[in-house]
Structure formats: structure tokens, C-alpha cells
Write a protein that binds this ligand. Structure first.
Ligand code: UDP
Ligand code: MG
Length: 334
């Protein structure tokens, strides 16, 4: 398990692993959320089955299995999972009743996969499979959570890289505990998953939730690859929704910011009103300016709408949480 070179570069440096609390080789389940991934699944499953053999042979695991979560795919994803599961007892499928999105599909897999440890990974082979070995050695030496951290991101588009970096920094600035450059490639032990089960919130952002759980943790660094085939299933709209989710689920700083903004603007308006009154009383010949009337009107209108939008986001969240609808519905298990 690698360590960060400079610990202040990272928001949450890995805690030292206590050697005396090691774990024996575990039963491993690998969870893969899949949405329209028929193009990559043959190669992904081939490589993962080889990986399981390799991990068993090298004594890192006792046994291993794969859990494919079909997140309401419209292509042949489920058919593929079914036929693979029919011919291979290490392969399992979880079919969700519709498309619930990456985070919920992942949660469905995590809460249903058995075993002592679960590793979650994207289906598109962007995350380096060899990092699983380091994750398992982290577990062997006592870690309950091992985070996969992207070392290089030049395979991502520059827009994605810049927005991702800005986003992690904003979250960090408003006090959300997050592992820099860690997505959803991680190892969780059984006690951690049981703790995660206790979190009943409908809107889930695992990257923020898991560091909150505590437990002994470690980091593993890997280089992000290009998607093996197919196109990203994360269009800008989904990325934005995930980004808002991350902020509104873990921080009320936006609400504080608009409160302060409102206070400042009120003070400025009060000063301007005093100034206008002053002119009106002591300079009767002055024609009131058009600009000084219209500009604050537009500006205040814009700011008010923005603030209402932010409040609306939180209100919508309270609304969806109070309904406490199921986070996913499993249609079939194989
Ligand atoms: N995914 C999913 N449901 C969705 C969108 C994506 O299960 O609604 C899965 C997808 O199949 C993949 C993982 O989430 O295994 C990450 O998606 P993708 O690789 O498209 O995202 P990117 O790497 O471009 O951020
Ligand atoms: Mg991807």
C-alpha cells in the first residue's frame, strides 16, 4: 500500500495500519454497476475471472465471485450477465427494475453481495485491476476500507479533469470530508458494509458517506485508463446531479453563504436608500437616475432567484427524504 508523499496534500491521510490486527485471506465479492455496457462486459468479465484465479493462487483471497448489477440497461447487458452466470458459478447478477443511477446501483450491489470483503469497480475497465492486489494486502494488514486513488488522470478529457479538481476543492473548502481523486473504486470489509446499511438516506453520495463511517483505512494509488469500449454513461447532466448531491447531502454552507449575502446586500440597499433620500431632501432639482434604479433591480432579482434556487435544492432533498421511498428495487437475482 503506497502512502501519500506529502500528507498535507491530502485531505484525509491514510491512518497507519496496525499490523497486529491483520485479517486472514477473505471471501471476496467484486461488485460492478453496469448501464448499457454490452460492449465491454465480455472483456471485463474475462479479465475479472482471470484476476480471481490469480488472487486465489497467490493466496490473497480464499475464494472470489463477481456481482454484476444491471442498472436498467436497454441493451443486451442483462442477457450477457444471465448467460455468463448460467455457465459460471462464480458469476451472479442483480437486475434492478429500472435505471436508478450509478450510486444506487452500486449500493444495491454492496448491500447484497456476500463475503468478507467487497471491492466495487466500474464495468468499463478504466480502473486498474492490478490495484486490487494492493487493496487486499491493505486489508490483510488490518485496513477495513481501502480507497483507490487516481494518480494520473490524463486519460480523462481536460474538461472532466478541471471540473473534477475544482469540485473536489469546493467540497473540501465547505467542509465535506472527501478523499481527493477517489471515485468509487474501493474495498470495504463486512463490518463497514453493515455500518453502511444503517444509513437510510434516499439520496446517496457514497464518496462522502464512506469516509464518515470511520474505521481503519488505507489508500492505494493507480493510473486511470481509457474506457475499454463504448461511451461514458455519465453525461454532463448526471455529473451535475451527482455534484449537487455531494454538496447538499453533506454541507449546509451554501445556506450560510446566501444568508450572509442577503445581509450584505440589505446593508448596501439601506445605505443606497439613505443616499437617495439625502439627495431628494437637500437637492430638489436633481433628477433621479435611471441607471441607479434599474441596475439594483436586475441585480437583486438575479441574486434572489439564485438564493431561492439553493434553498429549493435543500427543500427538494427534505421532500424526497421524508417520502423515504426505496432506493432501488431488485427485479431479479441470479
Ligand atoms: N453506471 C450505472 N448507471 C448509470 C450510469 C453509469 O450503473 O446510470 C455505471 C456504468 O456502467 C459504469 C460506471 O457506472 O460501470 C461508471 O460510469 P462511466 O464509466 O460511464 O462514467 P465515467 O467513467 O465516464 O465517469
Ligand atoms: Mg468510466
Amino acid at each position: 500500500v503506497d502512502r501519500p508523499e506529502t500528507s498535507d496534500e491530502w485531505h484525509m491521510p491514510a491512518e497507519p495500519i496496525r499490523q497486529e490486527r491483520g485479517h486472514p485471506p477473505p471471501k471476496l465479492a467484486i461488485v460492478l454497476p453496469c448501464y448499457n455496457e454490452e460492449e465491454v462486459l465480455p472483456e471485463t468479465s474475462r479479465r475479472l475471472l482471470l484476476l480471481l484465479d490469480d488472487l486465489s493462487e497467490s493466496g490473497l483471497i480464499e475464494e472470489g465471485s463477481l456481482y454484476f448489477v444491471d442498472d436498467g440497461s436497454e441493451d443486451g447487458t442483462w442477457q450477457f450477465i444471465q448467460s455468463l452466470a448460467a455457465s459460471n458459478e462464480r458469476v451472479h447478477g442483480i437486475k434492478l427494475s429500472r435505471n436508478y443511477g450509478h450510486q444506487r446501483a452500486l449500493l444495491a450491489g454492496l448491500l447484497h453481495a456476500p463475503g468478507d470483503v467487497v471491492i466495487s469497480i466500474d464495468a468499463d475497465l478504466q480502473d486498474d485491476l492490478t490495484a486490487t492486489k494492493s487493496m487486499l494486502s491493505g486489508y490483510a494488514s488490518g485496513a477495513e476500507i481501502v480507497y483507490g486513488v487516481r494518480r494520473l488522470r490524463q486519460m480523462d478529457t481536460s474538461v472532466k479533469r478541471v471540473t473534477a479538481e475544482a469540485y473536489y476543492s469546493i467540497l473540501r473548502a465547505i467542509g465535506v470530508n472527501l478523499i481527493f481523486n477517489h471515485a468509487d473504486y474501493r474495498l470495504l470489509s463486512r463490518p463497514v458494509i453493515e455500518a453502511l446499511r444503517e444509513y437510510k438516506e434516499t439520496n446517496i453520495f457514497l464518496r462522502g458517506l464512506i469516509p464518515q463511517l470511520g474505521f481503519q483505512s488505507a489508500l492505494v494509488y493507480y493510473d486511470r485508463q481509457e474506457r475499454f469500449a463504448g461511451v461514458s454513461k455519465y453525461p454532463f447532466s448526471k455529473m451535475l446531479a451527482l455534484a449537487i448531491e455531494g454538496i447538499t447531502s453533506f454541507s449546509d454552507v451554501p445556506l450560510k453563504i446566501i444568508t450572509i449575502l442577503g445581509l450584505v446586500i440589505s446593508l448596501v440597499s439601506f445605505a443606497m436608500a439613505t443616499w437617495a433620500l439625502w439627495i431628494r431632501i437637500f437637492n430638489p432639482s436633481a433628477v433621479p437616475g435611471w441607471a441607479s434604479t434599474v441596475i439594483p433591480l436586475y441585480m437583486l432579482g438575479g441574486i434572489q432567484l439564485l438564493c431561492m434556487g439553493v434553498i429549493g435544492q435543500y427543500l427538494a432533498k427534505i421532500y424526497s427524504e421524508t417520502k423515504s421511498r426505496p432506493r432501488f428495487i431488485i427485479e431479479k437475482l441470479i
